[in-house]
Design a protein around this ligand. Structure first.
Ligand code: PLP
Length: 394
């Protein structure tokens, strides 16, 4: 008999993953080329060639124990130092290797952070729509997710409601920009207002409130839009970065946390993050890929690939009568469901072999998410289905 907690997790298991599995089932019936799977944020884009070159060179030329051995739980010192220097150069910060903890992707980083910070019943504030896995990650450590309702006008966070939801139990706030599922980048104005609220509330309540910036999509932005670096606005910030999307390496499970010196209880937070990495069973982030990414810090996937997809999908869908804002980052289009029930709409889409995810999974019913990290031809071939789908409703 499995644990009671797991019974609930299995029941609530991600609709996104369910759609992904459905895609595989449909592909076995109709052929992969006739199924248009927009369900998962799984990049259909090769990593930059420098990644492969780095793998080969490391395997051929770095000593074996260095490449495959255990190391400090927070990762190789030289890799962390290289990452710290690269962040300093980009954002004019002054981190050292002591501020970097290598993680098993963004998901690993969030779990390490929550294990480090949360006592049972501590509250974690999130802004809907949000990445649904946050629910399980917080629940893993008996944290309570407090959801700020969506601002469906421009999908910037709803700050008045945010202010009213901070209590003496609030331990952390997560923001994710560029955002999954909306593709919105939170403006500097939003960040200033949001961090001012946090500073005020910390003072008023006499508590520490940590701001967790979940940033797997930081590099995926269009039209040169700037994504503010949050440690510059609020001392109590922990940044979670990942190479899953920026280098198209989601299966390799590699990322890092930045824990600045200015964070409350810094020494203990860093020590706890190290121990959390070990006792969660990660022990350390994958050793080969720590060394690989250290050589590829200035590289990223070709954003033009995603931009081309974004332009085609946005212009065509809006011309058919779908309603959505144009994403500024990431690779998702968040579209108003043409019928009220978003889950039913996603089921209707399946009749056209189109797999999309209901906004309900992101605590934003009435919308659907289309992940356009697919081949351009998949979008071209799916467009007639999207058109027929909305026409079937009118
Ligand atoms: N956070 C957000 C907002 C995501 O969209 C994802 C993955 O899609 C993750 C975290 C997990 O990323 P990783 O593969 O780096 O663990």
């Amino acid at each position: 008999m499995i644990s009671k907690k797991m019974v609930d997790y299995v029941k609530g298991s991600s609709l996104i993953r369910a759609m992904f599995e459905e895609g595989k089932r449909l592909a076995s019936i109709y052929g992969a080329e006739n199924v248009y799977d927009f369900s998962l944020g799984n990049p259909n884009l090769e990593p930059p060639s420098t990644v492969k070159e780095a793998i080969v060179d490391i395997l051929n030329n770095e000593p074996n124990t260095m490449v495959h051995g255990y190391m400090s739980n927070s990762g190789y010192e030289d890799v962390r130092e290289t990452i710290a220097n690269s962040i300093n150069k980009k954002f004019n910060t002054s981190f050292t290797e002591k501020n970097i903890v290598m993680t098993v992707g963004a998901a690993g980083g969030l779990n390490v952070t929550f294990k480090t910070l949360l006592n049972p019943e501590d509250e974690v504030v999130v802004f809907a729509p949000y990445f649904g896995e946050y629910r399980s990650y917080a629940a893993n450590y008996d944290g309570k997710l407090v959801v700020v309702s969506p601002n469906t006008i421009d999908f910037q966070p709803n700050l008045d409601e945010f202010k009213s939801k901070i209590t003496d139990k609030t331990k952390a706030v997560i923001i994710n920009s560029p955002n999954n599922p909306t593709g919105v980048v939170y403006s500097e104005e939003t960040i200033i207002k949001l961090t001012n609220i946090l500073k005020e509330k910390q003072k008023e309540l006499g508590t520490d409130i940590y701001l967790i910036s979940d940033e797997p999509y930081r590099e995926l932005v269009y039209d040169n839009i700037q994504v503010p670096y949050l440690t510059k606005y609020y001392d109590n910030t922990i940044v979670g970065y990942s190479y899953s999307k920026s280098l198209s390496l989601p299966g390799e499970r590699i990322g890092y946390l930045v824990i600045p010196n200015e964070v409350s209880d810094f020494e203990n937070v860093v020590s706890a993050a190290n121990v959390a990495t070990r006792i969660l069973g990660y022990v350390n982030a994958p050793s080969l890929f720590q060394r690989v990414i250290a050589r590829c810090l200035d590289d990223k996937v070709n954003i033009d690939f995603y931009n081309k997809n974004r332009e085609l999908l946005y212009s065509e869908l809006t011309s058919y009568g779908y309603n959505c804002i144009k994403p500024e980052g990431a690779f998702y289009l968040f579209v108003k469901s043409p019928i009220e029930n978003d889950i039913e709409f996603c089921n209707m889409a399946k009749k056209y072999n189109i797999l999309i995810v209901p906004g309900t999974s992101f605590a934003c019913p009435g919308y659907i998410r289309i992940a356009y990290c697919v081949a351009y031809s998949t979008i071209e071939n799916a467009l007639p289905g999207f058109k027929s789908l909305i026409e079937s409703i009118k």
